[in-house]
Design a protein around this ligand. Structure first.
Ligand SMILES: Cc1cc2nc3c(=O)[nH]c(=O)nc-3n(C[C@H](O)[C@H](O)[C@H](O)COP(=O)(O)OP(=O)(O)OC[C@H]3O[C@@H](n4cnc5c(N)ncnc54)[C@H](O)[C@@H]3O)c2cc1C
Length: 378
């Protein structure tokens, strides 16, 4: 039987599952120094970084449960190095810094964040092999070497091997981070703000009014709230994923574009870009095409069953880069949005940038590129 829903929730312990619905009722009464709106990986990481930076009482609110949005459906890959083929250098540097922070969190949090170290192997998509652009950290494999790592490929392929990338179960990481937060209220939606001068003085929520010292919006796409004048273009891009039934096939980590080896002999595949599909439902034909792709590349996977299938939406700005900035015109409100396909990876470094900015009230150097106003006049 196929479960419609991300595999991640089913891998959690009962305690981790409970943490995703954490609600500290008393916390809603007190005035927080920092209010974080949005309980995806960006909001939870930011709340954790603010608490660690000693920014006072930090309260996180989330409409649903933690990880309800894009976070809970993501692949969870932390792979900066392969992005050298697709992303500009400053962005890859941000990603590298963030993977380092994930590793630090794995060391420093009680029980870690569930980070799994693994290699990435890119299969050459064409007979002519990879394009001329040759990033660092790559070991080039000839078809024989690739065949040794993945016996039985449908045709000989060259490969690019990058060692020591990583992945997380995004919900486990969020739960582990949430365990250390000072105050969390799930089931609470921000609905409006009251602005006086250049300050947000009150945030209206479904559980009453909160008067925070500072506010960080981490709502996936920019928030749409009564009284908040924000005009940052964004959209969202749907993606489908599936996990197979356990198979005897063993992959050497993440094999792009085939699949990623996960627990219990299962494979995680997909990550489609379903442009224009705004429906929240899984499309069976997309799942079928992912399964067909598995068998076409590795015939041993013909007939493999699907144990979990799901879809989710990547929040995106027009240039596919995130916003990490103050809310334009406001002195005590920050925003991070549009993390598109690398929000899990980039959450810890984004959180650190925001926490430093709130503490020093000056933008850290890394923030310059990710301004909220860069779309003006487009
Ligand atoms: C198919 C797919 C595969 C992906 N794979 C990867 C990957 O391998 N690696 C990677 O790094 N990234 C990946 N991503 C991207 C990643 O999932 C996102 O970039 C990231 O999860 C965005 O996190 P977020 O916290 O900004 O948004 P979200 O996870 O959407 O969280 C925002 C939260 O804010 C809450 N919220 C919204 N409005 C309000 C309000 N008014 N009041 C209170 N709460 C509110 C929402 O309920 C939601 O929980 C993938 C995405 C998809 C769709």
């Amino acid at each position: 039987m196929t479960v419609n829903g991300a595999v991640w929730r089913y891998q959690l312990t009962a305690q981790e599952r409970a943490l995703l619905g954490r609600t500290d009722h008393d916390a809603l009464g007190a005035r927080p120094d920092v209010l974080v709106v949005g309980g995806g990986v960006l909001g939870v990481s930011t709340a954790a970084a603010c608490a660690e930076a000693g920014l006072g009482r930090v309260l996180l609110i989330e409409t649903g449960r933690l990880g309800t949005g894009a976070t809970g459906g993501a692949t969870g890959l932390l792979i900066p190095e392969p992005h050298q083929w697709s992303d500009p250098e400053p962005f890859v540097d941000l990603e590298r810094a963030s993977l380092k922070r994930w590793r630090d969190l794995e060391e420093s949090l009680p029980g870690g964040v569930g980070l799994v170290e693994l290699d990435w192997l890119g299969l050459a998509p064409h007979d002519s092999g990879f394009a001329a652009h040759q990033p660092r950290a790559v070991e080039w494999l000839n078809p024989g070497q690739v065949e040794e790592l993945i016996p039985g490929l449908a045709r000989p392929m060259e490969g690019a091997l990058i060692r020591r990338q990583a992945r997380v179960n995004p919900l486990r990481a969020v739960a582990r981070l949430a365990a250390g937060l000072p105050a969390v209220a799930t089931g609470v939606a921000a609905t409006s703000v009251t602005i006086r001068g250049d300050q947000i003085v009150a945030v209206g929520t479904s559980a009453g009014v909160i008067s925070p010292g500072a506010v960080v919006f981490a709502t996936g796409r920019p928030p749409v709230l009564d009284g908040l004048p924000l005009d940052i273009p964004s959209d969202r891009v749907k993606g489908h994923l599936l996990v197979t039934e356990p198979t005897d096939v063993r992959l050497p980590g993440i094999v792009a574009p085939l699949a990623t080896q996960i627990e219990n002999g299962q494979l995680l595949a997909g990550g489609t870009f379903d442009l224009g599909d705004e429906t929240p439902a899984v499309q069976p034909e997309v799942i079928d095409s992912i399964v067909d792709g598995l068998a076409a590349t590795l015939p041993a996977l013909s007939g493999v069953g699907v144990s979990h299938q799901w879809c989710c939406f990547r929040p995106r700005h027009p240039d596919r880069r995130p916003v990490i900035d103050k809310v334009p015109g406001l002195a005590n409100a920050w925003l991070t949005s549009g993390h598109f396909r690398t929000g899990i990876l980039n959450a810890p470094v984004t959180a650190a940038v925001l926490a430093r900015w709130i503490r020093a009230d000056e933008p850290p150097a890394e923030a310059g590129t990710w301004s909220a106003t860069r779309f003006r006049g487009r």
